[in-house]
Design a protein around this ligand. Structure first.
Ligand SMILES: N[C@@H](CCC(=O)N[C@@H](CS)C(=O)NCC(=O)O)C(=O)O
Length: 213
């Protein structure tokens, strides 16, 4: 039984939950009260993750952090969604890195400031982030114009990583995809139809919070 530390607003946690479900692996959630600052406490960092981040996955005695590491570990261990050749695995890694650096990270920051930050977002910061986000989405949209999934005809953890934040309500991010990035939009419908997909708010612990700003 895997144990997944996280919370329902965390798309990074959702990525891991989605893959565990796709792999039909048993797992239990461990709620982390991120919104009340648990991951910033010295105790939690000491006991759970020095980086102060979820997701964290426990596989028996082994503890893993960083969604890209966890996805790669599970794909290799269970022999699915990781790419079928060295070239495919490298392509998966390339998109995991792009996702962590530019796609998920800008989107998650933008959404956090719009929906959950304690103070109203600074318009200049939001404008800068939005520009970065537009660029990252355009890169993925162009890539998906030529293929069904990120590395070709079959889904991999690259898709699961990139889609992690894109099934939350648009009101949380105020960053609509529909009508702007049509290849991303079509890809999301294909991802939604994959085994294991679910609404993050229905499978992860924690309370829903109405967008604040
Ligand atoms: N690159 C990391 C990012 C993880 C991350 O940013 N997690 C958020 C929650 S979704 C977090 O715990 N943030 C705490 C912080 O930035 O202080 C991953 O993919 O696991």
């Amino acid at each position: 039984m895997y144990r997944l530390h996280g919370f329902c607003q965390s798309g990074n946690t959702f990525k891991v939950a989605f893959l565990l479900r796709a792999l039909k692996q048993p797992w239990e959630p461990q709620f982390v009260d991120f919104m009340r600052g648990v991951t910033r406490s010295g105790e939690w960092r000491e006991a759970t993750n020095e980086m102060g981040e979820v997701p964290v996955l426990d596989d028996g005695e082994r503890r893993l952090t960083q969604s890209g590491v966890i996805l790669s570990y599970l794909a290799a261990k269970h022999g699915a969604y990781g790419g079928r050749s060295e070239d495919e695995r490298l392509e998966v890694l390339r998109w995991l890195l792009f996702d962590n650096h530019k796609f998920t990270s800008y989107f998650a920051s933008y959404r956090f400031m719009k929906a959950f930050a304690p103070a109203a977002p600074d318009p200049a910061v939001m404008a800068w982030l939005r520009g970065r986000l537009d660029n990252a989405f355009a890169v993925v949209d162009k890539h998906l114009a030529q293929r069904s999934f990120m590395i070709g005809a079959d889904p991999t953890i690259a898709d699961i990583s990139l889609c992690g934040y894109l099934f939350y309500p648009v009101a949380e991010s105020d960053y609509p995809i529909a009508g702007r990035f049509r290849h991303v939009e079509a890809w999301l419908e294909r991802v939604r139809a994959l085994p294991g997909w679910a609404n993050p708010y229905e499978i992860l612990p924690g309370e829903r919070i109405a967008p604040r700003w």
